[in-house]
Design a protein around this ligand. Structure first.
Ligand code: NAP
Ligand code: SF4
Length: 700
């Protein structure tokens, strides 16, 4: 029956009277639907996925910090949290985080108590991570002594006795987890870690009952699950991360993945979690250049094969994406790991209809995974409070000040948002017509579209917190004489370094800022001087074709050589990447003799390098710049002179601090603080700028 005119008028009216939380329950109907798993009720469908924090290997104090970190997130009402990975034994340890002794139970109870006290409905499972060939211990073991492409050591060969010890250690670890009041465990059986080395020919050369046929290859997984289930009983959650597309040439076939899923179900898992790619596979799966929710179609196929609930993940960072994945029937649960670092209150904001206030994960990996791989404590580029909940707090000020902030780039914005939140009067002056600073350039780079979200976040928060913003206002210290400011924050950023090469004033030489702003006017042959983050970004922008691999899943599959539909072995076997060669001829140059892009992020640098190689960008190192002329540049490489003819030379040679305000402020009455690039341009990035500004705003 069609709705009558009265209904059409009344319905929006009725909706507007509904409490906001009820409206959100309608809008995100699938997210807020509880899920019954055995005797457990998971209150909603977004879970906080596993993310190594660097605190797992610590003692009492680190576990207290971890407890506070998780409790903050639990208090927002999320249904399920999975901890960072912890090994069941010495052999599998990655960073020294092991849970194999009774006397370690109390420190884990700090975490489980913190979570359950914050919200009795939130479940917490510990991830059991046996790293196999990626372990750092000399005692490392794997299915066979085959070194991982990214591993440091060749794993030791395992006798049957040693293999069975590994199984027992998993079971023992799960028993200890139960004693520590975890609601369950997640076993990682993917990514190239211990269990997954049994599943594929490449790493399983065994001739006993754990190698050979596929049923033998998955025996270890089912024995671990069966053993845990028998030991911990029916009420304990067992989640198993399955390699749903391992991205290995000759990797697992789709039939094998289905067989594994069914076997795990029969063995007693409560939930199957789909994981994509081994760490050693040359396909990006979580970097910012991966389209949002790119892999959920694979989960959807597996969901049809097993009867237990299925989790999906990867590049799902906002509630509308999660809702559409669930509504589309792709998965029963959506795992978001990094988004809970970027914003500990993300779930509360979803519940309360404050999506504009979500500090979105931009998938940069710069403060989370890059730190984890560098053995540093992790945090988040856009939220330096992540994992610092006990030592970085934005408490109301007891001494209200009036503060001027000069420059609305990342540092100025972070400072303004937090200082105003704490109760200070903050006035923000920006010389250009928009806030965002260098983020406005970054967001134009293909694969960095997420920076739009960061600007949206800051724009919402400075307004909400009452920051007065003055755009198109280039201020000088003289403008502040006789004004009421207690403190002035100089976040004036950086300016591009100019070249000291003869001929640098030729018309073909332009800065990267002008190049980004006038990209359509750049010619067909281009030389980029400087191969840091910005040189790489410029090369990506200039070589971008008609396809959009960072936002379109089909284009992404084509660029990286993945077949999501037919799913050949590993999802990649026999598929050649159809990345197209750049239409522009581009030279990316540096003076250093080290490989280009070596200083880019540990977990993402290889994707940038590979992307440019696929587009046939000419990357040259050890270059000496001789002279620029009106149609090119003379260089020498290995004492060989060359002339690179080109239409444009784009300078990406780093930055200098922009300090003209600071340097001209003599005898002023206010206190000045330099932050971000204006403080130090060397090794500056948004992570450093936001962290420094946030820490200052927390104490001023
Ligand atoms: P950068 O990383 O310092 O790179 C500057 C480049 O210019 C280097 O390749 C350097 O190599 C060259 N150079 C320096 N002085 C030069 C001179 N006088 N003449 C010619 N070449 C010179 O700076 P950036 O690329 O501007 O990046 C700025 C910051 O933003 C960096 O911290 C970067 O990490 C960050 N960022 C990061 C990303 C990312 O993807 N993570 C992206 C963009 C920006 P040689 O000295 O060997 O020639
Ligand atoms: Fe996301 Fe980057 Fe923060 Fe990691 S550091 S959580 S990738 S925004």
């Amino acid at each position: 029956m069609e709705a009558g005119p009265l209904v059409n008028i009344m319905l929006p009216l009725v909706n507007s009277f509904k409490k906001v939380e009820d409206r959100m329950k309608d809008k995100y109907r699938h997210i807020f639907e509880p899920l019954v798993v055995g005797n457990h009720v998971i209150k909603n469908r977004i879970i906080m996925g596993s993310m190594h924090t660097g605190l797992e290997e610590g003692g009492q104090e680190d576990f207290s910090r971890m407890g506070t970190y998780f409790a903050e997130r639990a208090s927002t009402g999320i249904g399920l949290i999975i901890t960072g990975g912890i090994s069941p034994n010495e052999e599998g340890a990655l960073d020294g985080a092991i849970f194999n002794k009774e006397n370690q139970v109390p420190r884990h109870k700090i975490v489980t108590d913190a979570v359950h006290n914050a919200n009795e409905d939130t479940k917490i499972c510990m991830q059991i991570l046996h790293s196999g060939p990626l372990a750092t211990s000399e005692e490392l073991v794997a299915a066979s002594p085959v070194r991982s492409r990214i591993g440091r050591l060749v794993p030791n060969e395992m006798s049957l006795k040693v293999l069975r010890k590994q199984i027992d250690d998993f079971i023992r670890c799960a028993e200890l987890c139960k004693k520590a009041n975890y609601d369950g465990v997640e076993i990682i059986g993917s990514a190239g870690y211990f269990i997954s080395t049994f599943f594929v020919n490449k790493t399983n050369l065994r001739t006993d009952e754990y190698g050979g046929s596929f049923s033998n290859k998955i025996r270890i997984a089912t024995e671990i699950v069966k053993g845990i289930r028998e030991s911990v009983g029916e009420d304990f959650l067992i989640i198993f991360r399955i390699p749903a597309m391992d991205m290995l040439e000759g990797g697992m076939s789709w039939d094998e993945i289905c067989t594994l899923g069914r076997a795990l179900e029969n063995a007693g898992v409560s939930i199957v979690s789909t994981h994509f790619s081994w760490h050693e596979s040359p396909v990006p799966t979580i970097a910012t250049m991966v389209p949002r929710a790119a892999f959920t179609s694979v989960t959807k196929r597996l969901k049809k094969v097993v009867n237990v609930p299925v989790i999906t993940s990867n590049r799902i960072n906002m509630p509308d994406v999660a809702e559409s994945v669930l509504a589309n029937g792709d998965a029963d649960l959506v795992s978001m790991a990094r988004p809970f670092l970027a914003d500990g209150k993300i779930f509360e904001k979803i519940k309360k209809g404050r999506e504009d206030e979500i500090n979105t994960c931009i998938a940069c990996n710069q403060a989370c995974l890059d730190h984890a791989f560098d053995k540093k404590e992790i945090s988040c580029l856009v939220n330096p409070r992540a994992c610092n909940e006990t030592n970085l707090n934005y408490l109301p000020t007891t001494t209200k000040k009036t503060i001027a902030v000069i420059g609305a780039g990342p540092a100025g914005l972070a400072f303004s948002e937090i200082a105003a939140l704490r109760g200070h009067n903050v006035e923000l002056f920006e010389a250009s017509d928009q806030i965002g600073g260098q983020f406005n350039l970054a967001k134009q780079i293909p694969g960095k579209e997420e920076f739009h979200e960061t600007i949206r976040y800051f724009s919402t928060m400075i307004k909400k917190n009452g920051v007065k913003v003055y755009l198109n206002k280039k201020v000088q210290p003289i403008d502040f004489i006789g004004k009421k400011y207690d403190d002035v924050i100089v976040s004036t950023g950086v300016y591009p370094r100019s070249l000291d090469i003869p001929g640098s004033d030729e018309k073909i030489v332009i800065s990267y800022i002008d190049a980004i702003k006038n990209i359509d006017k750049i010619g067909k042959k281009v030389v980029l001087i400087g191969a840091g983050g910005i040189g790489f970004d410029m090369a990506e922008l200039l070589s971008h074709g008609k396809k959009n691999p960072s936002t379109n899943i089909d284009d992404f599959a084509e660029q990286w050589g993945i077949d999501f539909t037919n799913h050949p072995r590993g999802g990649v076997t026999g598929i050649t990447s159809k990345a197209s060669k750049s239409e522009r001829e581009i030279y990316l140059l540096q003076r250093k003799v080290t490989p280009l892009g070596i200083a880019l992020g540990k977990t993402t640098g290889w994707t940038h390098r590979l992307s440019l190689r696929k587009k046939e960008i000419k990357m040259l190192k050890g270059v000496t710049y001789k002279k620029i002329v009106k149609n090119g540049i003379y260089v020498s490489i290995n004492d060989q002179e060359q002339f690179l003819e080109c239409d444009n030379i784009i300078v990406c040679a780093g930055q200098e601090p922009a300090r003209s305000f600071y340097n001209s402020a003599n005898n002023v009455e206010f206190r000045m603080h330099l932050v971000g690039g204006a403080f130090e341009a060397r090794e500056l990035d948004a992570k450093v700028a936001i962290k420094q500004a946030s820490e200052l705003a927390a104490v001023i």
